[in-house]
Design a protein around this ligand. Structure first.
Ligand code: MG
Length: 191
């Protein structure tokens, strides 16, 4: 898969454009605690990953769970963030190719977590749309986020998702667009 013939590049954030140093060790426990009074006893093991768990809980129990999970993502990331390491190959590519591609950001992080980082990297004006955890009810890999990105009338073949985890692969699959791993992308842009 090459990005060269694509028009719309949809980037994941964490681990792709920039690595956020966040201590995730308590996140699952805090997530379960925050919605336990609504969803009861649930086992994460019954789901493909924690994002599929969130999606199923929101579909089943609605806005109350959605609001709690978004609030939790904001607070958890704020309390457990320590620093970040940019991927300068990706950052520079996005900055230097604004006239060649349209860029989109599709992240599961909260906008308050990524906004200061985007500003610091000079990327705050580089994306046509930023889809963050708080701008959707159903997080990635549900295709809800892609609906905010997709330009009506365009061909889905012209879109490419670039990310670093299986959840990004699922997101591309669910959105019916191609996928490229950030490592393969970097190999192409640095050769
Ligand atoms: Mg990632």
């Amino acid at each position: 898969m090459s990005f060269l013939n694509k028009k719309y590049l949809v980037f994941d954030f964490d681990g792709t454009i920039d690595s956020l140093i966040i201590d995730w060790s308590n996140s699952r426990k805090e997530m379960m605690t925050s919605i336990k009074d609504i969803v009861g006893d649930q086992s994460l093991e019954d789901f493909r990953n924690s994002y599929y768990f969130q999606i199923e809980m929101i579909k089943e129990f609605g806005d109350e769970v959605s609001d709690k999970l978004i609030e939790l993502s904001k607070n958890y990331e704020k309390e457990n963030y320590s620093s970040h390491h940019p991927n300068m190959n990706a950052v520079d590519f996005i900055k230097n190719n604004q006239d060649k591609y349209k860029f989109f950001l599709w992240t599961s992080n909260h906008i308050e977590t990524i906004s200061p980082v985007l500003k610091e990297l000079g990327l705050d004006q580089s994306f046509q749309v930023i889809v963050s955890r708080d701008s959707v009810k159903l997080p990635k890999p549900d295709a809800e986020g892609f609906l905010q990105i997709y330009i009506p009338g365009t061909d889905k073949k012209d879109y490419l998702m670039i990310g670093d985890t299986s959840n990004d692969v699922f997101a591309a699959e669910n959105s019916d667009i191609d996928y490229l791993d950030i490592n393969d992308f970097e190999r192409e842009i640095t050769k």
